[in-house]
Design a binder for this molecule. Sequence first.
Ligand code: F6P
Length: 326
Amino acid sequence: MATIKTIGILTSGGDAPGMNAAIRAVTRAARYNGWGVKGIMRGYKGLITNEIEEFYSNSVSNIIQRGGTILKTARCKEFMTEEGRTLAYNNMRAAGIDALVVIGGDGTITGAKVFAEQFDIPIVALPGTIDNDLSGTDTTIGYDTALNTIVEAVDKLRDTASSHERLFFVEVMGRHAGYLALNGAIASGAEAAIIPESATGDDQLKTLIDNGFRKSKNSAIVLVAEDPATGGAMGLAERVKNEYPQYDARVTILGHIQRGGSPTAADRILASRLGAAAVEALKEGQRNVMVGLKNGELVYTPFCQALSKTKSIKQSNVELVKMLSI
Ligand code: F6P
């Protein structure tokens, strides 16, 4: 394997708070080890359009506290074609990049896997997504911050829900995963979480209402994971209007606000540890792995495993929401 002299770094897919902290850690750790660093703009798209910049230690000054990504991000269709990837590879080699660190979610890792299969390039991925849906790590960069944003919003909604004695459906992100909804519900003391993982043929809304969730309460907040199967918060509120008109339901969709803001200390520490570990992994000769943190320890998970294994929700946490909302 050729020695690594210069690495390229990019962020791709949906942005997540803490990506900047990760970019900083990768850049500084690489420089510390005497490597050159190139910042690639707009994810894989920047490799194709040749938007590649030299990164120095001071290129990443004053960013650890900033949300978003200074490298910008994109979802790139052209990279899904062999021609697009060939163009990307040629630009990468012309820029003297020997290895890549990519930060993003499952789409980013899928791109890295295909790229590494087509060309012989060492790639290490960092899990950067608010969804927390990647196996091979207990939490992903951005998840904790998004969770805190949800809790802050639900705390505010609780005031008005309780004053008006209303039922609120609060829709949160997560793509196909219910982590934000479930743990957001635990942290905010919500009455219930409706998540895709619990949709085992069961009508979660009916169960909730049949169980009489308002027995001892004058208001209720239900966290709903975005999910076309339930129709999300809007779909559930519509059903309440038609099927349970005794409830005065309202909807709040938190949307992209969950992706913004200054990262929490937990996300900054996670991003810093994973960023430095990505450089360490490349030094050790690791390739085509995602670096994650499990039980406080750094672990490497091959791309195919990080993508194929479904990270399951803790069933005990589903029970916890029920138990604590009586
Ligand atoms: O994967 C992150 C995420 O925010 C998901 O939770 C959400 O489903 C999706 O991205 C939204 O994507 P877009 O930025 O394209 O609206």
